[in-house]
Design a protein around this ligand. Structure first.
Ligand code: ZN
Length: 222
């Protein structure tokens, strides 16, 4: 996939340089927000520079034509929205907004990160002086409740869940396919690597979703 991998996944490749608990946990953030900002800034830059790939566009197209109800993602790179998807549940948050940890005022995320690049000062709330934190869900934080509930509801009501480019390692998102199965829905898995749910899926394609999904859209046209 383009963009940045799910930062909470142990095999995302993001953790060879830094200790996730030091920079990307709520405890690390409270102790050393500067280290967090150094880390998240490089992620933010990657996601701002990244472009949606053909898989993102194909999913948006499937939604537009009424075949897809919702996208559930653990990525914080916002590429699904940029590709045109409308109904998106971002379980690990996003970088669009940031919130004061003291008074909970919400700010636009990009200017905050931009400012940090320029002055390397920890972003502080103009209203109260509290430290501002981007709306990404760090280790040690609860997932956004309403978002998770909506994703679970979508999983229960799905007659088909497409699992795309996910190793399904991180709970509770990794439990969503089971909810679809329990309610009589079926799974299609498109992932380069095998997953532990492969044996429960109706179709498994160990392939690149950026090639497979546009082909699915093309075949719908004929
Ligand atoms: Zn504040």
């Amino acid at each position: 996939m383009s963009g940045i991998p799910d930062f909470r996944s142990p095999h995302s490749g993001l953790w060879t340089q830094v200790d996730p608990m030091a920079v990307a946990s709520i405890y690390g953030f409270r102790q050393n927000p500067a280290a967090f900002y150094e880390w998240v800034y490089s992620l933010a830059r990657k996601s701002i520079e990244a472009e949606p790939n053909p898989a993102h566009y194909a999913l948006a197209e499937l939604e537009k034509r009424g075949f897809l109800h919702a996208v559930i993602t653990q990525n914080i790179d916002m590429l699904h929205a940029r590709a045109g998807s409308k109904c998106i549940y971002e379980l690990h948050g996003h970088l669009r907004e940031a919130t004061c940890t003291h008074c909970f005022t919400v700010y636009a995320g990009e200017p905050i990160l931009q400012q940090f690049l320029e002055d390397r000062q920890i972003p502080r709330c103009p209203a109260c002086g509290g430290v501002i934190k981007p709306n990404v869900i760090l280790f040690g934080e609860q997932l956004p409740f309403a978002e998770l509930q909506a994703a679970q509801k979508a999983a229960r009501h799905a007659d088909l869940m497409l699992i795309v480019g996910s190793s399904l390692e991180v709970a509770p998102a990794s439990d969503l396919p089971n909810q679809t199965l329990r309610h009589g829905g079926r799974l299609v898995i498109i992932n380069i690597e095998p997953t532990h749910l492969d044996h429960l899926a109706s179709v498994v394609l160990h392939a690149d979703a950026a090639e497979i999904l546009p082909e699915v859209v093309r075949r719908l046209e004929t």
